[in-house]
Design a protein around this ligand. Structure first.
Ligand code: GLA
Length: 381
């Protein structure tokens, strides 16, 4: 039996009924367009969060984590509603609330998705708990419903107005493929992403500059796209072509125009990237990744000095493409590198960070991995 089961048993005095897991993600391209009903192309990474859960008959929800196993957070299920107590536990409470659970639960989580690195540790936590509860309580929710329920938890319980990308890929990711997700209807297509066959590696560079997405920057970007859409009489940026946007420039204030220019161009870049991947043209994929970074840096203004240095140095070290990923304001960048250039790129980035007085960066790599799963423990024992 797994170690999380034993730890759960030590903590709660009985074994869990279900064990589940869900991954973090990197996004190849399609940044800040999920809430504009765009296309995105993320993949699930190997790093994941595990959850062990059982029902409890006393009407209490108890939550602990491997990292803080000396303390158990406890709340009555009737008090699990937006505005409740809790810090990181709110990601879990939000899922319990959005799934409409009315009984007590014991929950232990453990994970290795780095927090604050822009790799969606919060979605991994939400989705691990959601798929676990779906299996344990036989809720019968499909992948799209689980993605929407976990997004609702983050929007309405945690208070972060995120889009649907992170939760969707954490639930629906497939090993070996990036997930082309249409954020309008959550339809998907698996796009094989076999960099190693092409002698390449996707390096993930955690700048260790920590963003706080609950702060205003993310919400402001989203609001700018929504007000641009309202002024132009469309439902979302997805309905606009670049020609239409340029023709209507006078109707928008300058900041709305440049935010919209990012969204419209990024949606087109995702589809071009899919075409290039299908042709195995990684040079073109690299160019599109670079264009995405420039657009996020200059039009969307969500980059930061650490991310820009990581990208610039990766490109000087021979990367085919490099860009910031996730919400921005810190977190991680990716670089598509020839395998033989990876070590030199890591060294050059580390040296440059030191010279700039930045924190020491961390490096990861991950192939596209499987999405979330859950098993009742009677089957595991
Ligand atoms: C965060 C949000 C996502 C998405 C990205 C930017 O990760 O949670 O919904 O908007 O930022 O692409």
């Amino acid at each position: 039996m797994s170690s999380i089961s034993h730890e759960f048993q030590t903590l709660f005095g009985h074994f869990p009924e279900v064990i589940s897991e869900a991954p973090g993600r990197v996004n190849l391209i399609g940044e800040h367009i999920d809430y504009s009903e765009g296309f995105v192309l993320p993949f699930a990474i190997a790093n994941r969060t595990h959850a062990a859960i059982s029902r409890s008959s006393d009407g209490l929800v108890r939550i602990s984590s491997h990292q803080r196993r000396n303390s158990i957070f406890s709340i009555a299920i009737s008090d699990v509603k937006p505005g409740s107590k809790g810090e990181w536990e709110k990601y879990i409470l939000g899922v319990i609330w959005s799934l409409g659970i009315t009984e007590g639960l014991n929950i232990l989580v453990d994970g290795n998705v780095p927090a604050g690195a822009g790799l969606s540790s919060s979605a991994a936590l939400e989705c691990a708990v959601a798929v676990g509860l779906n299996t344990l309580l036989n809720l019968g929710l499909d992948d799209k419903e689980l993605a929407r329920a976990t997004q609702k938890a983050e929007n309405e319980y945690v208070g972060m107005p995120c889009g649907i990308m992170d939760q969707s890929v954490s639930i629906m990711g497939k090993a070996g493929s990036a997930l082309l997700l249409d954020c309008r209807d959550l339809s998907t297509e698996s796009i094989p992403f076999s960099v190693s066959d092409a002698g390449l590696e996707l390096l993930i560079i955690d700048t260790q500059a920590h963003h706080a997405l609950v702060d205003g920057g993310y919400a402001e970007r989203r609001a700018a796209c929504e007000s641009a859409a309202a002024k132009l009489g469309v439902k979302s940026m997805r309905e606009l072509t670049m020609d239409q946007l340029i023709a209507a420039k006078e109707k928008l204030i300058p900041v709305e125009f440049i935010r919209a220019r990012h969204a419209v161009s990024e949606i087109a870049r995702v589809l071009s990237t899919v075409d290039a991947l299908k042709r195995g043209d990684f040079t073109e994929v690299g160019k599109l990744i670079n264009q995405s970074h420039i657009s996020l840096r200059d039009d969307y203004a969500v980059s930061c000095p650490e991310l820009d240095v990581a990208v610039d140095v990766a490109l000087s070290a021979g990367a085919l493409g490099s860009r910031m990923v996730g919400g921005g304001f810190g977190g991680s960048a990716i670089a598509l590198l020839r395998v033989e250039d990876v070590d030199a790129a890591r060294t050059a980035i580390s040296k440059s960070f030191e010279a700039h007085g930045f924190k020491k960066p961390r490096f990861f790599t991950s192939l596209p991995s499987a999405g979330a799963s859950a098993s009742l423990t009677t089957k595991l024992q």
